[in-house]
Design a protein around this ligand. Sequence first.
Ligand code: TYD
Length: 206
Amino acid sequence: MTGLFITLEGGDGSGKSTQSRLLSDWLAGQGRTVLGTREPGGTPVGVLIRDIVLHHRGEVAPRAEALLYAADRAQHINTTVRPALARGEVVIQDRYLDSSVAYQGAGRVLGGTEIRDLSLWAAEGLLPDLTILLDLDETTARGRLDDANKRFDRLEAEKADFHRRVRAAFLDLAAAEPDRFLVVDAAAPIDVIAAAIQARVTTLLR
Ligand code: TYD
């Protein structure tokens, strides 16, 4: 049996972990061995890198940040993902190189192409068989995350603008590679989304 590499992408709060769990259970029910993993932080080295990129207080320069995500990716793909695929397993991964293009690119300092090239160098060219984009408009995403009477301020507005750019970048990536991407409306009911994902994965398993 050949391995299958599936990634999930989308903004914060779009429901990636729920859908990866449902997909994993469904595939396991069909007798497939599934490895659920994530970036950043899918390896012991990655856990250390994740702590820097997500929790370091103080500035991290854009190129340094991009290289940290790429270093996490290089270690993860080499030591965890490729071996699992070689064993014929299905790898279901929360976030991959499209997150780098969308998030690091949305900072406006680095270009999407150079970030993608850096990621592909780190991962020795590995692209997913399928990337599921859980698309959610930023107002709904914020509504899910926010306290209803939180005050609007400039920082919040900047954040909203950033998330709009991230979402637009994901949709552009999906439009550029329609064969690799499945775009689903993350505002739809959980079981409707899961069924759409299962239908697409079924075509890949044939
Ligand atoms: P995580 O806690 O995994 O959040 P989520 O539940 O939204 O997946 O945090 C991952 C954060 O890292 C998320 O805000 C996106 C960001 N990220 C990048 O900026 N670049 C990357 O290459 C990756 C993989 C993640």
